[in-house]
Each structure stands twice: as structure tokens, then as C-alpha cells.
Design a protein around this ligand. Sequence first.
Ligand code: FES
Length: 157
Amino acid sequence: MDLDGSQQDPEMKENPPVYVGREVDIKKSERMTAVVHEREVVIFYHKGEYHAMDIRCYHSGGPLHLGDIEDFDGRPCIVCPWHKYKITLATGEGLYQSINPKDPSAKPKWCSKGIKQRIHRVTVDNGNIYVTLSTDPFKCDSDFYATGNFKVIKSSS
Ligand code: FES
């Protein structure tokens, strides 16, 4: 029997979803960390939605699982505890504020730097949470800290 569908889907065979914990636990803690196919990820439960991303910030490898979640421009973001970069939970975009010096009102506007943090897929099945790593074929800045010598945070506190 093909329980996980891997016999039909070659991508699933190479990159199957990995069990990371129970729904009841993350709903209490609102975040958890996991290692998925040797990649460290953080999973957030925020306002009824799950989000998973590389655990180390694209900027300099800060521990995103220790950051606060705040809304910027109406978008929930994790704020990196090291230098306060803002990363959208839904898309992994880096947000920043900019001012147009030619605009007399000079009101800062939120802008996107594009996708900087790699986002992974979360699925829930029967109270269990699974993460499927993104295989989107683009170079994401957070890949640098998710692979090679930098990939493991020694202490998570
Ligand atoms: Fe995250 Fe610098 S390491 S903002």
C-alpha cells in the first residue's frame, strides 16, 4: 500500500513531508523548531495559520524562533531578535521602510526586498503536523545559513 503517495509522486519520494509535532502542542506554544531532512526550520502558529521557514535569519543568521511576531503594513512578520529585520510569515519577504526625499510629506512607506527567507509547506493530518521542504529552484538568501558549516544553531536558548 502507498500510504504517503510516494509511489506516484517522484518529488514526494525524494522530499517527503516530515512529522514535526502535534497540533495540540503547537497551538499552546505557538512555535516549535524541527530538523527536516537536515535543515533547521521554525514553525509558527499565528492567528489560526501555520507557517514554516528556515530558522536562521537571512541577514546574519539570527535565531528567528526567538523573535516576536508583529504586523507591518497589515502583514504578520517575524522580527529577528538580532537586528530587527522584518520577515513576512506568509512569503518570507524582507520588509523595509523607505522615504521619498522628493515627496514633501516624506511619509515612510513599507516596501519589499523580495523573498529572502525560504518558506516551507506545513500540512496537518489527523492532529499531526508535517513540514515539506521548499524545492523552489531559486537562490534564497537564507539558504546560506541553512546549509554547510552554518546550518546548526548550537544552543536554542
Ligand atoms: Fe537577523 Fe540581522 S541577523 S536582522
